[in-house]
Ligand binder design. Structure first.
Ligand SMILES: Cc1ncc(C[n+]2csc(CCOP(=O)(O)OP(=O)(O)O)c2C)c(N)n1
Length: 923
């Protein structure tokens, strides 16, 4: 290699640096000399193309150099298509024409000739041939990456430099020994399981054991970078190794779970979950530092838990922020584990990735690791996705992707370490795709030869990944065979001992309400602190919700709306839903709680009712009046959300199970759209405490009501929530009283436990003249009223109509029109828990009255089928309640306005008609 001559070194250095900046600025005869100099300053320095006359020697040099530049760029962009990622070797790399020197006009004769380019680090000479060798070694082997799509040039060049500069590529013997130990430990766990738990599903790690030393190295790097909390999103693959060896659960506890022993004291009521869904929180000491590792429990539904983990990470960061931590993102790391079929297949992954850089959701970047065994149960990649790699969705957010072949153990660890270093430096998402195989079936009970005979014949003939690595280590003199055997023996002895101990292992406490939650009680125990607030405080807080900085150019319509709010507070009556909600939030913040509200258009409010964030009409500056009440900025968030329900709701759930002192509310744009997150509702929100003993006080605000909006702007499907309600797992409300919504929101924080609240919220009711409360109803001594008696007919009614939500106002006006004051209209504001005592007391005041349940929804929807048995048990079979509402229908609402009106009129008529007439109509 040419090096600068001793004489005139400074002059040459100067020329060299000018050459690096612009080759045209130096004599072309120096290009080959300078091109071969080692350049520590830049590996990807742009070299502008010189203008020279064609046909000369210089012209050939330029042609070769330009072509070589293209070749280098092509490898940095498409090298992943040439990499050997399949350890079995059955899936050949796709290749790409631009990886071929000939495509760029480089002939065999050119390959040994000098070129004037800044060669990749490690190229032995500045010739196309040496450069190609280096490109092949760095991008086309067992490790490769996709970085060309990064817009951030510094981040891209850092990665190229790490890759071409062989960062973390030379482990010491001690490091290799540690890795070998991790590999053999993983293999021992799997084999032990095979022997002792042959019929348990375990979703083995075999074929991807290199993940174990990679995870361990990643945690070590996190600890040494100052991370104190790692929030891990788990996955099913390799779960037992992950939770024991990496997260730190004892093998005794893990085996006890696998033996089917309940992990709660005798007599404890909870529905529980299968062992491979159970999360854990541990503290590990790594390299002299303590790392808290949190792994939330997860349902079978793949990938949902990743968004939950993100929400947890954000909550932890926000709590640190509120305590004055200047770099909470440096302290809390989301490490999200995925599997290949799930990552490419599940839509929630794309939704979750899109949260990465949004102010209300960002966590300073997540490290994603995909366990890619190239099969999803029995589905092969060619049937499971169109994209080249399972990781391709991550490129949409500009995340770099490192691909690595799983049998190249040191490269796998290297990939994990580069990802950690990248996140630590750039605070952005990065993906590691570990491509291996699955030694057995999807779980250990199924036969892979049914669908993958060729692949599995090859797999059966291969040594396991840990054994192959052990052989490498023996060959390299890192350890001898006896040493390997003694590692294996040590693991087997430990596993055997843990298994013996597991047989007698009985936890005497349930894992719940720890740490930040220790002041809370189990669900349903104890009563709420008073939710009423002194009236002068309410007026003060109400004023704060409409305060803007001096000189703020407030929109005139909002100013008018806010003026009405101020007037109503001053007068002490006419307080509508928007003000009630603002008072609930403001008073909770004033009490010291955090408040977070997100949803599509939630800052303004779908119905232009909220204006929790206002915008200066001249400058566009935004202002959040509630924030002024907060003890720290991170305790109040009002944010619009992306147009997703599933990932957003999962994220908010993650926040809600982490910070019990934050009212976390998510609002559907219309309640109808909440079903996009049905899996989150089923698997986490309604059942999480029952399965995993993790409480959530999440609030779902779901605009609901049949107002002619058609099938998808009418119903939040209350029937579904009511079907999911059991064991006090939820509150389901349909408030017609603004004061009641105020109390319900406050109750979420003021009761001694947390349960989710599903509130059907008004649409037209937001501006309904009668949908108002007086200030007194918010004051001291007032509380949430599950049932509101009829002030106009308190006793002796001929008929009692029970109703939830805004239909009450329509019925009240229909009653006035008809002059039927012998009918009592009772509002059932809380549908679940069923307010049995309150209803019994009210009904007792109308002995012998005909009882009607009125609803707007079709008979197979709404609350009827849920509430009818409850009413039957209240009244006995003699005087069962009858139904008044729309007939059963497949779709919740009609589309034509005229039909809607006719249906609505029929519901109102029916409520006041004699029973027989209503029966006639129904038939
Ligand atoms: C949403 C959802 N659909 C289907 C399943 C059933 N299921 C569990 S694992 C699995 C295959 C997952 O394949 P992959 O993501 O590649 O992970 P691997 O098991 O191969 O490691 C399927 C279909 C599920 N758990 N969740």
């Amino acid at each position: 290699m040419l090096t600068p001559p001793a004489a005139d070194a400074a002059y040459l250095e100067d020329l060299y640096s000018r050459f690096l900046d612009d080759p045209l600025s130096v004599d072309p005869s120096l290009w080959p000399v300078f091109a071969a100099w080692p350049d520590s300053r830049a590996t990807v320095h742009p070299v502008r193309r010189p203008r020279v006359e064609s046909g000369t020697a210089d012209a050939n040099l330029v042609r070769r150099s330009v072509a070589t530049e293209r070749l280098i760029a092509a490898w940095r962009m498409h090298g992943h298509l040439a990499a050997s990622l399949d350890p079995i070797g059955l899936r050949q790399p796709a290749g790409h024409p631009e990886l071929d020197p000939l495509t760029h006009g480089l002939t065999p004769d050119d390959m040994g000739a000098p070129v004037a380019v800044t060669a990749p680090l490690g190229a032995s000479a500045a010739t196309p041939s040496s450069i190609l060798d280096r490109l092949l070694a760095t991008w086309g082997g067992a490790f490769t990456a996709e970085v060309a799509h990064l817009e951030d040039v510094e981040a891209r060049d850092w990665l190229i430099s790490a890759i071409e500069g062989d960062r973390f590529a030379s482990p010491s013997n001690d490091e290799r020994l540690t890795r070998l130990d991790g590999m053999l430990a993983a293999e021992s766990v799997e084999q032990f399981m095979n022997k002792r738990f042959p019929t348990n599903k375990r979703f083995g790690l075999e074929g991807l054991e290199a993940m174990a030393p990679m995870w361990e190295a990643m945690l070590a790097d996190a600890a040494s970078a100052g991370v104190s909390d790692v929030v891990m999103a788990p996955m099913h693959r390799g779960r037992l190794t992950l939770i024991t060896r990496i997260v730190g659960k004892s093998f005794t506890a893990a085996f006890s779970e696998l033996l089917g022993t309940p992990q709660v004291p005798k007599g404890f009521a909870a529905s529980s979950d299968v062992p491979y869904h159970l999360g854990i929180s541990t503290e590990r000491s790594i390299g002299g530092r303590t790392l808290r590792i949190t792994m939330p429990s997860n349902p079978s539904h793949v990938e949902l838990v990743a968004a939950v983990a993100l929400g947890k990470a954000r909550a932890k960061q926000d709590l640190l922020r509120a305590k004055g931590e200047v770099d909470p993102e440096g302290k809390v790391l989301p490490l999200l584990l995925h599997t290949d079929g799930a990552f490419s297949g599940q839509g929630v992954v794309g939704e979750m990735l899109q949260l990465a850089d949004l102010p209300a959701y960002s966590v300073g970047g997540s490290v994603h690791v995909i366990s890619n065994n190239q099969l999803a149960f029995t589905v092969k990649p060619e049937h499971g996705r169109t994209s080249r790699h399972p990781s391709d969705a991550a490129k949409a957010i500009g995340a770099p992707v490192l691909h690595v072949q799983a049998d190249a153990v040191d490269q796998v660890v290297r990939a994990g370490r580069i990802a950690m270093a990248f996140r630590a430096r750039f605070r952005r998402d990065i993906v590691v795709d570990v491509v291996g195989y699955r030694r057995r079936g999807h779980n250990e009970l199924e036969e892979p030869m049914f669908t993958e005979p060729v692949r599995y014949t090859h797999i059966a003939a291969r040594p396991s990944s840990p054994i192959a690595y052990a052989e490498d280590c023996v060959a390299a003199g890192v350890i001898d065979r006896d040493g390997v055997q003694s590692i294996v023996d040590r693991h087997w002895v430990a596993l055997g001992q843990a298994h013996d101990a597991a047989k007698g292992y009985r936890p005497n406490t349930a894992d719940r309400l720890a740490h930040r939650w220790s002041g809370l009680k189990p669900r349903g125990e104890g009563t709420a602190k008073p939710t009423g607030v002194p009236l002068d405080r309410l007026r003060r807080l109400g004023a704060a919700t409409v305060r803007v900085p001096d000189g703020f150019d407030l929109n005139a319509k909002i100013a008018r709306q806010w003026g009405e709010r101020s007037d109503s507070l001053e007068r002490g009556d006419g307080i509508g839903f928007a003000t009630a909600e603002a008072l609930a939030f403001a008073s909770l913040i004033d009490d010291g709680y955090g408040v977070r509200l997100t949803g599509q258009d939630s800052r303004r409010g779908t119905f232009s009712q909220r204006h929790a964030v206002v915008f200066d009409q001249t400058t566009g500056d935004e202002h959040t009046p509630l924030a002024a009440l907060a003890s720290a900025p991170s305790r109040v968030t009002v944010s619009d959300s992306p147009l997703t329900e599933e990932a957003c709701l999962a994220f908010e759930y993650g926040l809600s199970i982490t910070d019990p002192d934050m009212l976390v509310a998510w609002e559907a744009q219309f309640g109808d759209f909440v079903n996009g997150a049905q899996a989150v509702i089923d698997q986490f929100i309604t059942s999480g405490d029952d399965k995993w003993l993790r409480q959530s006080g999440l609030v779902l605000l779901l605009p609901h009501g049949m107002e002619g909006g058609g099938p998808e702007h009418s119903s939040a499907r209350p029937e579904r929530f009511l079907q999911l309600a059991a064991g006090n797992n939820l509150s389901v409300l349909a408030c017609a009283s603004p004061a009641n919504l105020f109390h319900a929101l406050r109750r979420q924080m003021l009761r001694p436990y947390r349960v989710p609240l599903v509130a059907l919220t008004p649409k037209s009711g937001l501006r309904h003249a009668e949908a108002v409360s007086s200030l007194d109803e918010f004051g001291p001594g007032t509380a949430f009223r599950p049932v509101i008696d009829d002030p106009d007919r308190t006793t002796g009614a001929r008929k009692v109509v029970l109703v939830a939500g805004k239909l009450f106002f329509d019925l009240a006006s229909a009653r006035r029109e008809r002059g039927m004051d012998d009918v009592a209209l009772i509002r059932v504001e809380e549908l679940y828990p069923f307010p049995e005592a309150e209803l019994r007391a009210v009904l007792a005041k109308h002995p012998g009255a005909e009882l009607v349940w009125a609803q707007e929804e079709p008979e197979n929807m709404g609350a009827w089928r849920y509430i009818e048995p409850h009413l039957a048990s209240l009244r006995g079979s003699e005087s069962r309640a009858t139904y008044c509402g729309r007939p059963a229908a497949p779709s919740p609402a009609v589309g034509w306005g005229a039909w809607h009106k006719a249906e609505h009129a029929a519901v109102l008529d029916g409520a006041f008609a004699p029973v027989a007439a209503r029966r006639r109509r129904a038939s």
